[in-house]
Design a protein around this ligand. Structure first.
Ligand SMILES: Cc1cc2nc3c(=O)[nH]c(=O)nc-3n(C[C@H](O)[C@H](O)[C@H](O)COP(=O)(O)OP(=O)(O)OC[C@H]3O[C@@H](n4cnc5c(N)ncnc54)[C@H](O)[C@@H]3O)c2cc1C
Length: 433
């Protein structure tokens, strides 16, 4: 089965950019043209309008995870039990929420500054469950979210069904005042289209290593060519080890999603002609589901720790899993109604916090989005560019203080532990897929 991202297919074509060939020189090099790398490149171009800035991506620019995600622009996360008001982890949750709200604001500003058309919806989203036991401590969660500036309300039964058009979910916290939805491929394409003339983007150009040259400059090498630069920003997300950064304590997760055809007028009326919505699970491995503005249903209900990418046959199996999830919510939808199925990689850490580092003289890197990289990646890209440019701020310092990804055991122990953990989480989320 082909791996075709529905968001990318609907975002429209971008002109092909050249491959990296020969020995190129630049003042700044950004490796990775996703949300983070493009946000970094845009910030560098704003800070250094006369500088030559190169961006390199191993595939088409703006078509990695940044285009393949579910489009939740996170300002407020679902708080865990130990993050509730009065609990030990509340102070950390408060700081992370402050960062997430700043990240969310960064997305809004980028969209406004570059007039990006990306189906932006500022109407919040739902933390919803089909098993009410999976939404515990509701009052404390509502109080926690509200204390940190969110609007939050509990919806149950009929009231919830009227918002979502399916009786599948029995309870939800709707959370607004920040949380938003967008079409991810359109958003990241908008960032790419916004890069000014002093930024050169090279596509389909793998960087395989970084080398320090005698006079302090750096060279990024690939099979077809190289870029020499004074400073390098590594924005590779799940692929950060590919340029030799092996101690980031991040690990890759491969996720898969499907997008259906638009609902017919009759189907849409039958579900109550509800407004577009987004649902996040309260369990890490539960389904993420959206009803899009053009009335399609998107479901993402697999996430795996893997060392090899999913094959076509394995993607077909994941699609059958998506169908099961769809039918639990909308029984009239079947495999024949799916138009696109795709995969994407995100970068996770044990602590849930990012890796954000000055790796060595002139090399700066960020990874570990932990599934919230639409907003965080946009902010991190800017902050990484500022760090590399010597621009300090309280927000940058707070982000760097929080960036403690935690320790990972060496492989193969990590592989065994990660697979067991994912399997255990899948069992815990089985009512929510
Ligand atoms: C299915 C799915 C659903 C998700 N849902 C959400 C969501 O709803 N909300 C949210 O906030 N986040 C979500 N995420 C996470 C989000 O997509 C990421 O956090 C975000 O895209 C990270 O952006 P990035 O620019 O750091 O990484 P990427 O978009 O992964 O960009 C890294 C780039 O590096 C390139 N690259 C890799 N290796 C090399 C190399 N050797 N040389 C040159 N270039 C290289 C890749 O081609 C890629 O384009 C989801 C992720 C997935 C996969």
């Amino acid at each position: 089965m082909e791996n075709v991202c529905g968001w990318i297919a609907q975002a429209g074509d971008t002109p092909q950019r050249s491959r990296l060939e020969g020995a190129q020189k630049a003042d700044w090099l950004v490796i990775g043209a996703g949300i983070t790398g493009l946000s970094a490149a845009l910030t560098l171009a704003e800070l250094h309008p006369q500088a030559r800035i190169a961006v390199v991506d191993r595939q088409r620019a703006a078509q990695g995870a940044s285009a393949r995600n579910s489009g939740f622009v996170v300002a407020h996360e679902h708080p865990a039990g130990d993050e509730l008001i009065g609990a030990q982890g509340f102070a950390g949750f408060e700081t992370d929420t402050m960062i997430a709200r700043a990240a969310n604001e960064e997305v809004r500003q980028r969209i406004a500054r570059h007039a990006i058309e990306c189906d932006w919806r500022d109407s919040g989203y739902f933390f919803a469950v089909s098993d009410p036991a999976k939404l515990s401590q509701v009052d404390a969660k509502l109080a926690t979210l509200r204390a940190l500036g969110a609007r939050a309300e509990l919806l149950q039964g009929q009231a919830l069904q009227q918002r979502l058009g399916t009786p599948h979910y029995l309870a939800a916290i709707w959370c607004g005042n920040g949380n938003a939805l967008l079409q991810p491929a359109k958003y990241v394409k908008g960032l790419l289209d916004a890069v000014p003339d002093n930024v050169t983007v090279f596509e389909s150009s793998d960087i395989t290593g970084l080398e320090r040259l005698g006079h302090g400059r750096l060279r990024a090498n690939g099979p077809g060519g190289s870029v020499e630069a004074a400073r390098v920003l590594v924005c590779l997300n799940a692929f950060v080890p590919r340029v030799g950064i092996d101690d980031s304590a991040t690990f890759p997760m491969e996720l898969s999603a499907s997008l259906t055809r638009p609902l017919t007028d009759q189907e849409y009326r039958a579900i109550g002609a509800v407004e577009p919505w987004g649902v996040l699970s309260t369990r890490p491995l539960g389904a993420t589901v959206r009803l899009t503005p053009d009335r399609r249903v998107m479901i993402r209900n697999t996430a795996e720790y893997r060392t090899r990418d999913l094959s076509g046959r394995e993607i077909a199996e994941r699609r059958r899993h998506h169908v099961r999830g769809l039918q639990r919510r909308f029984p009239f939808l079947g495999e024949q109604d799916i138009r696109y199925t795709w995969t994407g990689h995100l970068s996770a850490t044990r602590s849930g916090q990012a890796y954000f580092e000055r790796v060595q003289e002139g090399v700066f890197a960020v990874a570990g989005c932990n599934g919230s990289g639409v907003a965080r990646g946009t902010l991190w890209g800017r902050l990484l560019a500022e760090l590399a440019s010597g621009v300090d701020s309280p927000l940058l310092r707070t982000v760097m203080q929080r960036a403690q990804p935690g320790w990972l055991p060496p492989r193969p122990f990590f592989d065994i532990g990660a697979r067991l953990r994912v399997r255990m989480e899948a069992v815990r989320a089985r009512t929510e897929i």
